[in-house]
Design a protein around this ligand. Structure first.
Ligand code: NAP
Length: 293
């Protein structure tokens, strides 16, 4: 069994990006600039955005955090987005989800200029991805592809079962694994909360990608021997032994599933760090594209 070490691979990617940024600096060029908009004071969201800002600093990007109160109206947020769309200094920006209930998330994501949409959530970019066109691939699925590629995991002709159909993880993952190319060329089954007999389906899988957010959902008896198991889940569970008061757990019963799997991602240290690395990669791409314009 091989651990797909997202922490290590994401460090490698950050080093590669930092080297690119150094070249830009040496040539007197502008470095990539990522902005992150956060509405409200949700603890997990603040932690995620904080990590993204820290990652920008590490690779030499410029970063801007835009913090708006929980009471922000949709109009005010759209105004801020327009400002970021037209600010030439910003190469890419993200709107941290979830947004408060008074805001229509889909409307907000559609207001982001597709050329700055480094999260790859705009329908134009999502459509391009589905059509195998070059675009910003959502960071979490992009990170999973990168992990599979760097560990040389065979996906061609394999049966991939994706659990969860969210617009940011499960749905794009199912499209990417079925595309012509590598990683890809899989036969994909996309499952969700209405799927019947899910264990019967997962036991048929060569590759299981679990993205539902239910701790220890995927048990050893739900996977076949030598399966590749990717755990996207991140759930905070109360833990008095941890100074933070909580522990981060995935969707997979790692202790038992890892005894059967050929490759497996841990939580933490698997898909999570890859997501941030690929957001940086998309931002670098956004800078390069703007330079070409
Ligand atoms: P989401 O929007 O809540 O979607 C969850 C999906 O799981 C839905 O499609 C839902 O089905 C399905 N589901 C729920 N219960 C199920 C069950 N019992 N059996 C089968 N399917 C079930 O979640 P998300 O945003 O995709 O995130 C999923 C998990 O990944 C969360 O733990 C999140 O924190 C984590 N995450 C991690 C990263 C990372 O960087 N590692 C990034 C993003 C998200 P329905 O569609 O029928 O409701």
């Amino acid at each position: 069994m091989t651990i797909l070490d997202g922490k290590k691979v994401s460090d490698d990617i950050k080093n590669e990006i930092a080297a690119e940024v150094q070249k830009m600096k040496d040539n007197g060029e502008k470095v990539p600039h990522l902005a992150a908009v956060i509405v409200g004071d949700d603890g997990a969201s603040l932690t995620y955005v904080g990590s993204k800002v820290k990652a920008c600093e590490r690779v030499g990007f410029q970063s801007t955090m835009v913090r708006l109160p929980n009471t922000t109206s949709q109009f005010e947020l759209l105004d801020k987005i327009e400002e970021l769309n037209t600010n030439d200094d910003i190469d890419g920006f993200i709107i941290q989800l979830p947004l408060p209930p008074q805001i229509d998330t889909q409307k907000v994501l559609m207001a982001v200029d597709p050329s700055k949409d480094v999260d790859g959530f705009h329908p134009e970019n999502f459509g391009k991805m589905a059509l195998d066109m070059s675009t910003f691939i959502p960071a979490t699925p992009f990170g999973i592809l990168e992990l599979l590629e760097r560990y040389n995991v065979d996906t061609k002709g394999k049966h991939t079962v994706v659990i969860g159909r969210s617009h940011i993880v499960g749905r794009p993952m199912s499209i990417l694994m079925s595309r012509k190319g590598w990683p890809g060329n899989s036969t994909v089954t996309l499952t969700h909360s209405n799927t019947k007999n899910i264990a019967q389906i997962t036991t048929q899988a060569d590759i299981v990608i679990s993205a539902l957010g239910v701790p220890n959902f995927l048990k050893a008896e739900m996977v076949r021997d030598d399966a590749v198991v990717i755990d996207v889940g991140i759930t905070r569970v109360p833990d008095e032994t941890n100074p933070k008061g909580y522990a981060i757990v995935g969707d997979v019963d790692f202790e038992n599933v890892s005894k059967k799997a050929s490759f497996i991602t841990p939580v933490p240290g698997g898909v999570g760090p890859m997501t941030i690395a690929m957001l940086l990669k998309n931002t670098l791409l956004a800078r390069e594209q703007r330079k070409g314009n």
